[in-house]
Each structure stands twice: as C-alpha cells, then as structure tokens.
Design a protein around this ligand. Structure first.
Ligand code: NAD
Ligand code: LMR
Length: 329
C-alpha cells in the first residue's frame, strides 16, 4: 500500500475521557484509513495536572508503536494546536453532571468556541474541517463557525452520530435482529432530548422499520425517549458522561465524511432544510460528495408527528442561538 502524506489532526481536551479513547483510534488508522499517516496536535488547558496527564497519554501512544503516527505536538496554546491542521476535533470543554441538561453548559463552554473558531480561522490549513463534540455541540459549532472570517460555514459540523448509533441499536434490539440489518435511521435537530430519530424512513432488513416493528406507539414514545435521554442514562449509570461510545461515534462521523457516497447524520448549518431556522446547526442526513464535503439529503417526507418533532427541536436550537447572541460574530 502506498503511504499518503501525513495529515495534521488537532484534538482539544486530549487528556480528557473522550480523548483517552479517541486518540488511539485515530493513530491506529480507524478514522482516516490504513494508508493515511497522521500527526496529532493535542491541546489541553494551561494547568499542570492537565498537561501532565496529556504527557502520560502521549507516552502511551508512543508505547503502541503505531506505524501511522508520524508525530505529536503537545501544547496548551491553541495557535500551536491548530497550526496547519487539516482536521480540528473540538472535544475539550466541560461535560454535564447528573440533573443538568447540555444547554446548561452554554455560557461556560460557549466562550471556548468563540476563541477556538477565531484561531482555527487564522492558522489552520486551507482545507481544514472542524468537528465539534463539546456540549451543547450544535450551538457551540455555530459559535465557532460564526467566529470565522475565512472559512465557510460548511467546514463546521457537530456530532449527532452517537444518537444515530444509539437509535440503530434500539431498533435492532426491538426487532431482534443484528444492528447491521438496520439502515437509513437519521437524526434531525439538536443533540438534546428534543432530537428526532426519524424512524419513518428507517429500514430493517430492507423493509420499513415501522412495518417490521409493528408498534407505532413504541416508536413515537419509548424509542424517541430512550434515544433522546441516553446520555443522561449513561451519566446516571457510570457517574460520568459517555466517552468510549462518543469517541467511536466521532470516528464514524469523520470516516463517513471522508467516504464519498456515504449517507449519515451530522449537524450542519441548516440553510432552511426541513423547516429549520437557516442559521442553526441542525442534525440532518447528508451525503458525502468529496472527502470532507457533503450535500444535505432533501426530500424525505415528514408526517404530522415528524413535523411536530422537528418544530420542537428547531425551537430549542433557536432559543439556544438567542441565549448566546452576544458571543456570535
Ligand atoms: P472530560 O472532562 O473528561 O475532558 C475534557 C477535557 O477538556 C479536560 O481534560 C479539560 O482539561 C479539557 N479542556 C477544557 N477546556 C478546554 C479548552 N478550552 N481547550 C482545550 N482543552 C480543554 O470530558 P469528556 O468526557 O471528554 O467530554 C468532553 C465534552 O464532550 C463534554 O462537553 C461532553 O459533554 C461532550 N460530549 C459530547 C458528545 C456528543 O455526542 N456530542 C458525547 C459525549 C460527550
Ligand atoms: C451523550 O449524549 O452521551 C453526551 O452528549 C454526554 C451527555 O451530556 O449526555
């Protein structure tokens, strides 16, 4: 296999929980492919404990002797972390605790994305793609994109893939089939309990999921509720927010965004698709066109139930946008 030139991948919050699962997947080739070397540019906060922990993670990465890992930069300076980066994976921020909603983190975490959006715009590679994981992910992504002057909005996406994966598994369990049998389940709206996993278009074994499941009450009720509140259920069970599954979802998000023809859920500037406010970042089904680029898949029919769900999640995104108005460039 011919090796490509190494790409620079910046990861923020690299010494955190998600970072600890994520970095090894990137360095092993799961995210960008087995012929794509990477240079990891790892950002943490300027606090001794965080930087020391980051050093430890880097030592472990060294100890894996990953052939695709062509270098590492450890820094507490965003300019160094994002310098020449082809991908910026923005994980670093505070997770919520029990009893909180993700939107409760807006004021504290939002500020991080104002600065990071600006610095990425100034120093990252010309072809940079930015993915926001830190919560509330959709609105943080909007904040980062609005801080940019050079980079177009399409370069910024937020992660709703964990929700898609969760929905896929719930449908498979209910139908008693393998997850690979469940296809075309996409997430619309906010990465919050209002998100809409659009079961109406999903297929199980190639047949409409609604027919296979045969229980619309479950799909409209428990299914949406379990998927929407899965993050809180993980926090209640683990005492900490999801990390390995979040890292795995980010691998899926980026890998599919690098694979032309793939249809998958990411949160992007809606531009009015499916009735969303044009300026919010909403989970939508997209088709990857060229590596790192996409088109929104339009034309899925929405029934009354679906339309109401879209209205609710759109309203929440608009409210979040209003809350952070002062942070928007
Ligand atoms: P964590 O607290 O374990 O790690 C976060 C790390 O980020 C810490 O090491 C911290 O020092 C660092 N950090 C904080 N501010 C930073 C900054 N300005 N620059 C660089 N680094 C910074 O948290 P975690 O479990 O890894 O979760 C990280 C974020 O991801 C949280 O906001 C969490 O809610 C979110 N999350 C999102 C999804 C999703 O599906 N979108 C899923 C899981 C978690
Ligand atoms: C999740 O969905 O697991 C994450 O967004 C963490 C959280 O706060 O729920």
């Amino acid at each position: 296999m011919t090796m490509k030139r190494a790409i620079r991948v910046a990861v923020t919050g690299a010494a955190g929980q998600i970072g600890y699962s994520l970095l090894f997947r990137i360095a092993s080739g799961s995210m960008f492919g087995m012929d794509q070397p990477v240079i990891l540019q790892l950002l943490e906060i300027p606090v001794e404990k965080a930087m020391k922990a980051l050093e430890g993670v880097a030592m472990e990465l060294d100890d894996c002797a990953f052939p695709l890992l062509h270098g590492m930069v450890l820094t507490d300076d965003p300019r160094k972390a994002f310098d020449g980066a082809n991908w910026c994976l923005l994980v670093g921020s505070k997770p919520r605790g029990p009893g909180m909603e993700r939107a409760d983190l807006l004021q504290e975490n939002g500020k991080i994305f104002v600065e990071q959006g600006r610095v990425i715009d100034e120093v990252a590679a010309e072809d940079v793609r930015v993915v926001v994981v830190g919560n509330p992910a959709n609105t943080n992504c909007m904040i980062a994109a609005r801080s940019a002057r050079r980079l177009p909005a399409e370069r910024f996406s937020a992660m709703v893939r964990l929700d898609q994966n969760r929905a896929q598994t719930q449908l498979a369990k209910k139908a008693g089939v393998l997850v690979s049998e469940v296809t075309e389940i996409y997430i619309y709206g906010n990465h919050s309990p209002t998100m809409f996993p659009a079961f109406g278009h999903a297929k199980i074994g190639g047949r409409p999921a609604v027919e296979v499941i045969g229980d619309r009450g479950w799909l409209e009720g428990e299914f949406c509720e379990v998927v929407g509140k899965r993050g809180a259920a993980i926090i209640a069970a683990r005492g900490a927010s999801s990390a390995a599954s979040a890292a795995n979802a980010l691998v899926d998000h980026v890998r599919d965004l690098c694979t032309p023809g793939k249809v998958h859920s990411i949160a992007v500037k809606s531009n009015g698709a499916y009735g969303f406010h044009p300026d919010v970042w909403a989970g939508l089904p997209v088709r990857t066109t060229t590596p790192g680029s996409y088109e929104v898949v339009l034309g899925f029919e929405m029934d009354d139930f679906a339309r109401k769900k879209l209205e609710v999640t759109n309203r929440e995104l608009v409210e979040e946008m209003e809350t952070v108005k002062a942070m928007l460039g």
